[in-house]
Ligand binder design. Structure first.
Ligand SMILES: *[C@@H]1O[C@H](CO)[C@@H](O)[C@H](O)[C@H]1NC(C)=O
Ligand SMILES: *[C@@H]1O[C@H](CO)[C@@H](O)[C@H](O)[C@H]1NC(C)=O
Ligand SMILES: *[C@@H]1O[C@H](CO)[C@@H](O)[C@H](O)[C@H]1NC(C)=O
Ligand SMILES: *[C@@H]1O[C@H](CO)[C@@H](O)[C@H](O)[C@H]1NC(C)=O
Ligand SMILES: *[C@@H]1O[C@H](CO)[C@@H](O)[C@H](O)[C@H]1NC(C)=O
Length: 586
């Protein structure tokens, strides 16, 4: 890297040269005001600085690691996540997690990757991530005797190969080796517990604590995640969390056991709950989770879901060029190319998330056959499928299936969109969506039916209704106890920025404010109820892997400090340059 004086000198010379040559009159006209000129100069210098620094470090680091690192960068999210400025004096875990939450977290890695190119800040970020990963890798080696802990390159290669959505190396459907055991069906257990409707703590069953929740998109699944997180945390259960503090299990790649922190290093003996975003792969999940694991998931009506997906994932190639969902559908999805990455959000995404082939069937007979296969596969792997449209009913059903209490499933709605960004669809559009997502529509109808059949054959609708009312009352109490405004508010009004939910696309995701005068215990409970997914995931990671998290935080601090000095030097140089040019111009 060049010493700063030399860079500054060069830039100064460059400006002298420019002022002397005739073509720069245009430049000068463009930079007519001093203010704008200073801006311009500042930008140029920053870009230059970062580029030079990158060059130096990258050259040093050229080794066998490069390929791995590059692929890792692809599954990482850049700066979109907010940086908490105000930090509460929360107790231990939470203050640590607040520090951690300042780091970038992966959420929609692929989409944002497109906007990144040519952005020096993201270059910097990539470098920052790279250094962090190197540090972490070292720590990991020290912590464990296991030698080669390679992060999930397999999955990333799959993605790099852009073999979406029909990855040939893993025929999505049908594929299951017969010798693999099924998870126990919860239906078999349904009659084992007796439920005394009003007092829900008099159940006589054994609470389940080996759980897999397949988190689906735009289906209120973040709220269920919060329920699982709180339950697991208060019962000292171990979560199968994504490697390297990622927030997702390298979705949309097929899940693989080694995506889970602690699997490859064998530092975790038993996992209880696996619930972060993944593309389901039954065989691999079984490698991580015990045999008696309870599998469940949630579906939403594909019509409402599509509207939601369109707003949230407007940046994906399929939606990018169209103005509205109507336009997209009327064109028959002309902008949709199934083999372009990220487009899986645009068609039969439920089927996709369950790890099955989501390409549209060509004919009605194919639709019949494939939807039957999909349903069979889901029923084989999952004991319970909830329905987002009947969310409270779903929670009651879940409570019974898991043998938990109503308090355990009481929750606030998280990651929910403000009404303002919702739009009702016409009947015509709704029909088009059903046709477009024909597989998802079939399986939604099927599981909506079985959902109600299950209620009828177990609880009965009257009991269900009673418990739903109880649940609603509990939620109202919690809202009054915890929330300043008694309900959700727009993100701009969230006062504690470390509790601000992740914002993405054109959707406005609402958050909450806690009341100020809470005692410690209540505050803890309330805090957990409103903690957004990304922040909570980091907090749990920190709790489960304190050494790895501390190493990460230390690396982040170090890098932030070095970045600080660089910026300061650049600013100082800029001021010098500007003073100089201002003098020579006058
Ligand atoms: C509440 O928590 C804070 C910080 O952990 C502690 O200093 C304080 O003593 C606690 N107050 C009560 C009443 O427990
Ligand atoms: C969880 O662990 C903490 C600390 O080890 C302990 O005090 C608490 O009783 C445990 N809770 C449960 C439900 O096992
Ligand atoms: C879809 O994308 C693939 C890969 O990017 C490309 O090869 C193919 O030509 C595209 N198909 C259409 C119909 O545009
Ligand atoms: C889901 O099931 C309920 C109860 O049977 C029914 O009223 C509703 O129309 C169903 N929804 C769909 C989209 O089929
Ligand atoms: C960055 O520099 C400023 C001014 O020198 C200093 O106040 C601040 O603490 C520094 N930040 C970090 C993270 O080192």
């Amino acid at each position: 890297m060049l010493p700063p004086q030399r860079i500054a000198g060069r830039v100064r010379r460059a400006f002298h040269w420019r002022t002397a040559s005739p073509w720069t009159t245009c430049v000068r006209v463009a930079c007519c005001s001093h203010l704008r000129f200073m801006w311009f100069a500042l930008m140029v210098l920053t870009v230059l600085c970062v580029a030079l620094q990158m060059l130096g470090v990258v050259r040093q680091a050229r080794s066998a690691k490069v390929l791995k690192l590059v692929s890792e960068q692809l599954v990482r999210m850049p700066a979109e996540i907010h940086r908490p400025t105000k930090r509460n004096n929360w107790e231990n875990l939470w203050s640590v997690s607040a520090a951690i939450a300042e780091e970038p977290v992966d959420q929609h890695p692929f989409i944002q990757r497109r906007d990144e190119s040519g952005n020096p800040r993201s270059e910097e970020k990539r470098e920052y991530n790279r250094i962090q990963d190197t540090v972490l890798e070292d720590i990991r080696k020290k912590l464990t005797s296991t030698t080669k802990a390679a992060p999930p390159t397999v999955a990333n290669k799959q993605w790099l190969g852009q073999e979406f959505p029909n990855q040939p190396q893993r025929p999505a459907f049908p594929k299951r080796t017969p010798e693999i055991k099924k998870p126990p069906q919860s239906d078999n257990n349904n009659d084992k517990y007796t439920v005394k409707s009003q007092a829900d703590n008099t159940v006589t069953c054994q609470p389940k604590n080996h759980i897999v929740f397949l988190k689906t998109h735009k289906t209120a699944s973040s709220t269920i995640l919060n329920i699982l997180y709180r339950y697991g945390e208060s019962h000292n259960l171990t979560f199968a969390l994504p490697l390297n503090m990622h927030s997702q299990l390298f979705y949309p790649a097929f899940f693989a056991a080694h995506f889970v922190e602690g699997v490859r290093t064998r530092s975790v003996k038993e996992f209880h709950i696996l619930c972060n975003h993944m593309r389901f792969n039954s065989q691999e999940v079984r490698k991580v989770m015990p045999k008696d694991t309870f599998y469940f998931s949630i579906l939403r009506n594909p019509v409402a879901m599509m509207e939601s997906l369109f707003v949230y994932y407007k940046a994906i190639p399929a939606f990018h060029a169209v103005k509205s969902l109507e336009e997209f559908l009327i064109q028959g999805g002309r902008s949709y190319n199934a083999s372009v990455p990220n487009n899986h959000y645009a068609r039969n995404i439920l089927t996709f998330d369950f790890g099955l082939d989501n390409t549209a069937p060509e004919s009605d007979t194919e639709l019949d056959r494939r939807s039957a296969e999909i349903i069979a596969a889901m029923e084989r792997d999952f004991s319970l499928i909830l329905i987002s449209e009947y969310f409270d009913e779903s929670l009651v059903l879940l409570k019974h299936a898991l043998c938990w209490s109503l308090d355990d499933v009481s929750s606030f709605r998280l990651n929910s969109r403000s009404e303002r960004s919702r739009r009702p669809l016409s009947t015509e559009t709704a029909e088009r969506v059903k046709e477009w997502n024909s597989l998802d529509w079939r399986l939604y109808q099927h599981f909506n039916d079985t959902f109600w059949k299950r209620i009828d054959s177990t609880l009965g609708r009257a009991t269900l209704q009673q418990e739903v009312e109880l649940l609603k009352a509990k939620r109202r109490n919690l809202e009054q106890m915890c929330l300043q405004e008694g309900g959700a508010v727009d993100p701009a009004q969230v006062q504690d920025s470390s509790l601000k939910p992740f914002q993405y696309g054109a959707a406005v995701i609402q958050g909450y404010n806690l009341r100020l005068e809470l005692n410690n215990d209540t505050r803890q409970l309330c805090q957990r109820l409103i903690t957004p997914e990304l922040q909570y995931t980091s907090a749990l990671y920190t709790k489960q892997f304190p050494q790895l998290a501390a190493a990460r935080a230390a690396a982040a601090k170090k890098i932030a400090a070095s970045r600080n000095t660089t910026t300061h030097r650049a600013v100082k140089r800029n001021i010098e340059t500007n003073v100089h040019t201002a003098m020579s111009n006058s």
